[in-house]
Design a protein around this ligand. Sequence first.
Ligand SMILES: Cc1cc2nc3c(=O)[nH]c(=O)nc-3n(C[C@H](O)[C@H](O)[C@H](O)COP(=O)(O)OP(=O)(O)OC[C@H]3O[C@@H](n4cnc5c(N)ncnc54)[C@H](O)[C@@H]3O)c2cc1C
Length: 348
Amino acid sequence: MEIDFLLIGQGLAGTALAYRLKQAGKKIKIIDNPKANNSSRIAAGLFNPVTGRKMVKTWNADLLFPMIIPFYQELERITGRKFLTERPIYRPFLTIEEQNEWMGHSADPGFETYLEKIHQESQSEHLKDPFGGVMLRNSGWLNINNLLDAMSAYFKEELILEQFDEDLLSRTDELWKYGGIEAKAIIYCNGLGSMRSKFFNYLPFAPVKGEILEVKQEFTPDYVVNRGVFRVHLKDNIHRVGSTYTKHDLEVGPTNEAKTELLEKLIDLVRLPVGEIISHKTGIRPATRDRKPFLGKHPFEDGVYIFNGFGAKGVSLIPYFSAQMVDHLLKNKAIDFEVDIARYFNYI
Ligand SMILES: Cc1cc2nc3c(=O)[nH]c(=O)nc-3n(C[C@H](O)[C@H](O)[C@H](O)COP(=O)(O)OP(=O)(O)OC[C@H]3O[C@@H](n4cnc5c(N)ncnc54)[C@H](O)[C@@H]3O)c2cc1C
């Protein structure tokens, strides 16, 4: 069977890219082993325009954010399933200086799209926010598990559920051959699986483990609280609380250290006792050393591409960069140098 693109991996990256290629009328197949490393199914799915300890506008926010909600709404429409929750994110200030700094931002047109309101007073007796905080908009979270399940059904003709074994890949004339498939091009969207690919093992991936809890706690505001940890109300007093970041113990599952760290940070944020711990999960983010994604074509193998390295921010990055990748694949448009793997060609 001759196709245009064979995609490896149906995490969030492979799903978005496959969707756009299919919409463009291309013949595709996707090979996915859902049991392999799968950051997408662990992720909290937050998209947050102001991130980090210093609370700065996230990298390329003005390019990325206009595409997030429309893209996931489009996937909701075509699957008839719901997985996007638009929610303000409340970030308490740690000091009065921080409050003053943000009062300054309120007049800054660069922040207008993301600022719902700056609060100079505490928003709830249950919160430890004596200096108030900033309420962000254009934010929320994605139930990535629901999205992936819905999109697996959407790709029922294209999806092959099995482990991809690169040793079985061969080149015949102009095509890549894998089992009964002949593809003009192959695209690695397999997260950290690409670290083991002979084509892409030179790229500086920097995997980051994350641990995440679901806990019971009262107080269910209609916003996400995020400082030190995020706290997302799912339903019935159940909150998702996360995440940790570590480059160590990648092979080890849930740890007591991470659980304690998350619970201590939660206690710093909310004045209520934490009830039952419903789940404790870990995943490994397909992050990169310079914290920028990996997009582009292998330097000398024809028809071998990568779409990967979305680290801790796949939900925000993937709608924009999947569009850019499709423009590159179909119209030969340039990829932004910051994310093009050409920046690492001297590593080969
Ligand atoms: C604890 C935690 C919290 C996070 N929270 C957020 C958040 O709030 N917001 C956010 O934007 N991001 C978050 N992330 C990051 C997010 O998960 C990633 O950015 C994104 O999901 C990466 O998607 P991906 O498709 O590139 O990789 P993956 O999700 O890893 O998908 C790769 C796919 O390829 C498959 N695969 C791999 N090798 C093979 C093979 N040989 N054969 C067949 N299939 C294969 C895997 O099974 C998987 O399905 C979080 C991650 C973690 C771990």
